[in-house]
Design a protein around this ligand. Structure first.
Ligand code: ZN
Ligand code: ZN
Length: 492
């Protein structure tokens, strides 16, 4: 499957639209549509539930995007969060200096009366033997010497545009956890080890963003800073190393639990020379995206670098008092950092299937029920029968107090099922003549409806009065077979 399939499904079914599309779009910015926002919210909610709500050693914060500009001096972003860039003096095109030789280049060949050629990356001209020296884009302009270009979005706080008012849109959520370390510690009376989580937007002025929502200039992160006492030992190992491994395993298990297949996941250990200078060890969880193996999330051991930096620049003590040893320590921190948009892309890519059903192609998104944007679709078998429609709409309204549930009568039932399959709705409820009976002929309805499961396409007949209880079991993780055996199968 390639990215175009996902991009077009996303647009057609309301998951993701290009930002400002009617104006021709904004570079690498995307808008989540009605189904996309549900999926994204579900990912964040489940992450928060599993990693914050369910754990006694975790708390959360929600910090502002604009922070004191010294934060970025202390964190190193002002000085080091840069890419070396070169500009073409003719066409003004800007390139990353370290990528310029990886591009095909335009060449006006002196040996062939100036004919224009496009030459593959890194190769010379087959006619005159020249190598690229000029702009690969226009083939005419000279490139400037490399200049460091900061990836942070700069803006101004207040009504004046002067240096004193400069601030930045945060390039990561992590720093807010460090600068609030003491606030969180004191207000919540925490003991090491503990973690602080945050989900929120970050901004990076990437020069070469792309690949749909894989790399964007505005994105959402789910980050955890897990503080440990570096003098502690757990199971005979330094606490930071022990917890680092625990977090790698927990994060991997989390992605597997919500549907990513084992064969599409792997761990990648960062080499010594790609580690940030303060990092003791970093491991990426990689996913086999349609563009190939790429980072899904990173889990870094950042040591005590960040707290020490902020203590230095702020003049405030950011330490923890170890009651047992009667000493102040600067905690080490393990940072599991995931991108929401990237996780969403992985969940969509992994859920996507093209299947053949009775000689017809069916596209289905096999989302984990907890992630699926819609949980249940209520469908009337006959939309001209008022009594059927009334019952269907009542069911929708009742279930919708708990879950995202839709009513749809805009097509025949077979087509309605296919539409729900394509957006990953795990369950459909069908109201038919049997449910309501036939008043004119004096036949009473059985007050039962059909539930159809997305993946197996099996159907069971369930009393309307039991629907909410049944869906509570399903959506709490019960397997289809476990519930289905309690009810008679329905004819399909
Ligand atoms: Zn140029
Ligand atoms: Zn040539």
């Amino acid at each position: 499957m390639n990215m175009d399939v996902l991009t077009s499904l996303s647009k057609r079914r309301g998951f993701v639209f290009q930002s400002s599309e009617i104006y021709g779009g904004t570079g690498s910015c995307w808008d989540y549509g009605p189904l996309g926002v549900e999926l994204k919210n579900n990912i964040k909610r489940v992450w928060w539930r599993d990693f914050v709500q369910a754990r006694a050693d975790m708390v959360g914060i929600d910090a502002s995007i604009l922070m004191h500009s010294t934060v970025w001096k202390a964190s190193g972003h002002l000085d080091h969060f840069t890419d070396p860039m070169v500009d073409c003096r003719e066409c003004k095109h800007r390139f990353r200096a370290d990528h310029v030789n990886d591009l095909p280049w335009t060449h006006y060949c002196p040996a062939t009366k100036g004919n224009r050629f496009t030459i593959p990356p890194g190769e010379g001209c087959g006619h005159c033997g020249q190598r690229r020296t000029l702009c690969p884009e226009c083939g005419k302009g000279e490139l400037t010497a490399p200049r460091q270009f900061n990836l942070m979005f700069k803006t101004f706080m207040g009504p004046v545009e002067e240096e004193a008012a400069v601030t930045y849109l945060r390039p990561e959520t992590a720093q807010a956890m460090f600068v609030n370390f003491d606030n969180v510690l004191q207000s919540m009376r925490l003991k090491l080890p503990f973690g602080v989580a945050q989900a929120g937007r970050s901004f990076r002025n990437e020069i070469t963003p792309g690949n749909f929502i894989f790399r964007t200039r505005e994105f959402e992160q789910m980050e955890i800073e897990y503080f440990v006492n570096p003098h502690d030992r757990v199971e005979g190992r330094p606490a930071d190393e022990y917890w680092h491994d625990r977090w790698i395993a927990d994060c991997m298990a989390w992605f597997q639990r919500y549907g990513l297949r084992d064969e599409n996941l792997r761990l990648r250990e960062h080499d010594k020379d790609e580690l940030a200078h303060y990092a003791k060890r970093t491991v990426d969880i990689e996913y086999k995206f349609p563009i190939g193996w790429s980072e899904l999330m990173g889990i870094a051991n950042r040591t005590d670098f960040d707290l020490k930096q902020h203590a230095k620049w702020s003049g405030k003590s950011l330490t923890y008092f170890d009651e047992e040893r009667k000493e102040h320590v600067v905690p080490y921190v393990v940072e599991p950092a995931a991108g929401v948009d990237r996780a969403l892309l992985a969940f969509m890519a992994d859920a996507y299937r093209e299947e053949e059903v009775r000689g017809e192609k069916r596209v289905v998104l096999r989302f984990h029920p907890e992630l699926a944007p819609l949980k249940v679709a209520v469908l009337p078998l006959l939309k001209k029968r008022d009594d059927i429609v009334r019952v269907a709409q009542t069911i929708r309204a009742d279930l919708a107090r708990r879950w995202r549930v839709v009513y749809d009568d805009t097509a025949a039932i077979g087509r309605l099922y296919r539409r729900q399959d394509e957006i990953g709705t795990p369950y459909c409820v069908t109201v038919d003549v049997q449910t309501v009976g036939d008043a004119e002929r004096g036949e009473a309805g059985d007050q039962k409806v059909t539930i159809r499961e997305r993946d197996s396409m099996e159907q069971i007949r369930v009393p309307v009065a039991e629907l909410e209880a049944v869906f509570r079991e399903f959506l709490d993780g019960a397997a289809w077979e476990a519930i289905a055996r309690r009810y008679p199968p329905a004819r399909s």
